[in-house]
Design a protein around this ligand. Sequence first.
Ligand code: HEM
Length: 185
Amino acid sequence: MTLRNGPNRFGVIAKSFHWGMALLVIPLWGLGFYMVGQTQDLLAQYELYQLHKSFGFVVFTLGLLRLAWRLVDPPPPLPADMGRLHRLGAHFFHILFYLLLIGMPVSGFLMSAASPLGIPTIIFETIPLPHPIGPSEAAYGFFQTAHYYMAMLLAGTLAVHVLAALHHHFIEKDEVLRRMLPFAR
Ligand code: HEM
């Protein structure tokens, strides 16, 4: 396995970004829904929110690094026999993924900043993040709604992504899934 992508497979760095982000984003999604319901213990809820924000910040940083790395090391091309519509669909969903992986943390952070409760954002109980905007009921409502709908869209996009990968592997029987698997040669 090489660090960089080759003509027919992904390298260690692109695979690590891919599976590392999957391992972070899926639990973060579940934590988001779980923590909003924990209203019977406000201290525990506060800690879960800070954990959610901290890992959200990690996802944001990784998302930017991943985008930068993609420019340095472009992905291998899709199989030559894939139709035009199929290719367009694949590109559309990849772009949507990147937009959501950046849009989720940004809307979450702006929602936290605009919250009338004025709760600080402290990454891993260590680094306080300055809020770029102050409390505002209207901005809070807007970013909360955006965060919620993006979370729904992210779940739908993930479902399509997984189904598409399985379709390539079991129906088309091509290399698209195998070339991203962690230990495949
Ligand atoms: C990829 C990153 C993220 C994902 C997948 C994610 C996902 C979610 C989900 C599914 C919810 C529950 C739905 C809702 O009520 O809105 C939620 C809630 C929330 N998220 Fe995130 N989130 C991410 C990043 C962030 C970040 C970076 C912050 C703040 C710095 C944040 C702050 C919040 C807050 C404050 C709530 C509670 C909303 C409420 O009280 O109604 N999120 N998140």
